[in-house]
Ligand binder design. Structure first.
Ligand SMILES: C[S@@+](CC[C@H](N)C(=O)[O-])C[C@H]1O[C@@H](n2cnc3c(N)ncnc32)[C@H](O)[C@@H]1O
Length: 291
């Protein structure tokens, strides 16, 4: 196994499995991601098929994988719906997806036809995605263009990487930061917000998914680590944010929060089985605008 294979994000695969499992099954009509399954390799598709069929394999390990994918599907549906809605209502000529993982929006959202997309991710995760895209027979890009900028938020200069790949800081940008903040320290989050603000022309917006403090969610991850898995063990949570603290940080850099909702409130508006899942309460989707 190469270094790349060892360090590519496994949580990126898990959330992609969640989207593939939910496609056409959960909140149909509001949620869809037909591209997700194509980014998965055959062994990763097996638990997705089981969740879609509602037939877990026997054995505690397979059962734990099944439950992980099933639970993940419930989290990704409300967050994807909220983020897709936000992207549709904040159309800008540029979209930067921070910590893109196996995000499929550039291949999935026709509303991006006039938008240039930058996918920023850890170099190992990005190389893994590019290999998957090459293997997948993925549908054509529907965005105007997609460019890849490898960046480790802990060590690299985000602004310089974007400049080098043609991002124009004088043109409005929508920034998407989904499922990444918990994996960064407070200082790394602050440094990334600063870099985002530095390249945000008036009219720019940040669409942000983050995790609030929650005993239930932290206990769930602990149980998952004991039962399952190296997936959560290899990518521990490093920062959880109360909404007021996040809003204050963004405001310091001229980004004004215009909405911030928890995933349970979003799920409760969807026609689906996730209504009432209180574990969704600690995940949040916020939108901030360049003041
Ligand atoms: C749970 S995945 C989310 C992926 C995608 N945004 C989604 O929601 O499907 C976490 C992502 O954060 C990225 N990430 C974590 N730490 C990072 C770092 N220090 N620098 C760059 N990317 C990082 C991983 O590479 C991975 O793609």
């Amino acid at each position: 196994m190469s270094d790349i294979e060892r360090t590519a994000s496994r949580t990126a695969v898990l959330v992609c499995q969640g989207r593939a499992a939910a496609d056409g099954k959960v909140a149909a009509g509001r949620f869809a991601d037909a591209v997700a399954v194509r980014l998965l390799r055959p062994p990763e598709r097996a638990p997705v098929d089981e969740v879609r069929a509602g037939t877990p394999s026997t054995g505690w390990k397979a059962r734990a994988t099944y439950e992980g994918v099933r639970a993940c599907a419930e989290v990704v549906v409300p967050r994807t719906v909220a983020i897709d809605d936000a992207l549709r209502s904040h159309g800008t000529p540029q979209l930067v997806v921070l910590g893109a993982g196996l995000d499929s929006r550039a291949w999935r959202l026709p509303e991006l036809a006039d938008t240039d997309v930058w996918e920023v991710d850890h170099p190992a995760s990005q190389q893994d995605k590019q290999e998957r895209l090459a293997e997948a027979g993925t549908p054509p890009v529907v965005a105007r263009s997609v460019r890849f900028a490898p960046v480790d938020f802990a060590t690299d200069d985000l602004g310089r990487a974007l400049e080098a790949t043609g991002h124009d800081a004088s043109v409005p940008t929508t920034w998407l930061w989904e499922g990444v903040v918990p994996y960064l320290t407070h200082d790394e989050v602050r440094a990334t917000v600063r870099a985002v603000a530095d390249r945000s022309a008036p009219g720019s917006a940040l669409v942000l998914n983050y995790q609030g403090p929650s005993v239930k969610a932290s206990a769930g991850r602990l149980i998952a680590r004991v039962l399952n898995s190296s997936v959560t063990a290899s990518e521990p949570w490093r920062s959880l944010w109360k909404p007021q603290k996040m809003a204050a940080l963004l405001a310091e850099y001229g980004l004004r929060v215009v909405s911030d909702e928890d995933l349970l409130a979003i799920a409760n508006r969807l026609e689906s089985s996730m209504r009432g899942r209180t574990s969704l309460r600690s995940g949040r989707v916020a939108v901030a605008r360049r003041a």
